[in-house]
Design a protein around this ligand. Structure first.
Ligand code: NAP
Ligand code: GCO
Length: 266
């Protein structure tokens, strides 16, 4: 048997949320490269137009939908539209997410709720919308984009860490609840990846030196570099494909070794 064929996504339909740019865009590109039809969403027309042009430039015929993943009505409509346009969704990647870096005692409850709403409640809304179709089809893959903050805390990211820690457990629960329907739900936990979300942490200083946080991350990463969105392509294909059919409820950390490392000795 040609076991490499199990990595093919030929004939599958994938929805990647928040894939106008950044990690989502790279994952969508990878899934398309492995043969999947791609649907993606973002919230505004300006990002949508740019994204459609970027997919076209890569030779990918992606279908874009304007949809806020926190709005269940919009999500249900998007999923129905994708079914009509491309077929029942085989692969869902819950990628859309935001971060707010504010010390906890200065953070308003509205700000905390907004992060949890997008980073945790929305993956629930999304998964709830696609699981019935997956059950009918007899298989499905859900990939939740987790974080180093699914395991670790740090100053200013309380809401994000709470949401991403919760997303890790939602992943395990979906695996537990729907594994018997041949649905696998796994997470990818990216390390520190160079995208617009982390741009403020990498800004060159007025004197031309590197941002202290940039240096800190390099020192904490055995690979001694930031990750690129491309680093997530292979793991995403694996978890979206039949090659991972007995992997369920797992979080695959793609972090250059951060979680394995105690840090450089003084
Ligand atoms: P990014 O560059 O800020 O992109 C985030 C994407 O999410 C955008 O396409 C944005 O689209 C979309 N989005 C945000 N809120 C949305 C909503 N309510 N509805 C629909 N789309 C929404 O972020 P990234 O760095 O690529 O991160 C992608 C995911 O990976 C996030 O879940 C993030 O937490 C996670 N992550 C990132 C890193 C990292 O180091 N960069 C590490 C670990 C995990 P619009 O603004 O156009 O709507
Ligand atoms: C931060 C970062 C992180 C990363 C990522 C790490 O401020 O510490 O933005 O939270 O984006 O999620 O895996």
């Amino acid at each position: 048997m040609d076991y490499l064929k199990k990595f093919s996504l030929e004939g599958k339909t994938a929805l990647v949320t928040g894939a106008a740019y950044g990690i989502g865009f790279a994952i969508a590109e990878a899934l398309a490269g492995a043969g999947a039809k791609i649907a993606f969403n973002c919230r505004g027309q300006e990002h949508m137009d740019k994204a459609l042009a970027a997919y076209k430039e890569k030779g990918i015929d992606a279908k874009g939908y304007i949809c806020d993943v926190t709005d269940e009505t919009q999500v249900q409509k998007m999923v129905a539209d994708i079914e009509a346009d491309l077929g029942v969704i085989d692969i869902l990647v819950n990628n859309a997410g935001i971060i707010k870096r504010i010390p906890m005692t200065e953070m308003s409850v509205e700000e905390f709720r907004q992060v949890v709403d997008i980073d945790l409640n929305a993956p629930f809304i999304m998964a709830k919308a696609v699981i019935p179709g997956m059950i009918k089809k007899g298989h499905g893959k859900i990939i939740n984009i987790c974080s180093m903050m699914s395991e670790l805390g740090r100053e200013t990211v309380s809401a994000y860490a709470a949401a991403k820690g919760g997303l890790k457990m939602l992943t395990k629960n979906i695996a537990s609840e729907y594994g018997e329907y041949n649905i696998q739900c796994n997470g990818i936990g990216p390390g520190y990846i160079a995208t617009p979300q982390t741009a403020p942490l990498r800004e060159t200083q007025a004197d031309g030196s590197r941002h202290p946080f940039d240096k800190f991350i390099i020192s904490k990463t055995p690979a001694a570099r930031w990750g690129d969105p491309e680093d997530l392509m292979g793991p995403a294909i694996f978890l979206a494909s039949d090659a991972s059919d007995f992997v369920n409820g797992h979080i695959l950390y793609v972090d250059g070794g951060i979680l394995a490392y105690i840090g450089k000795q003084p």
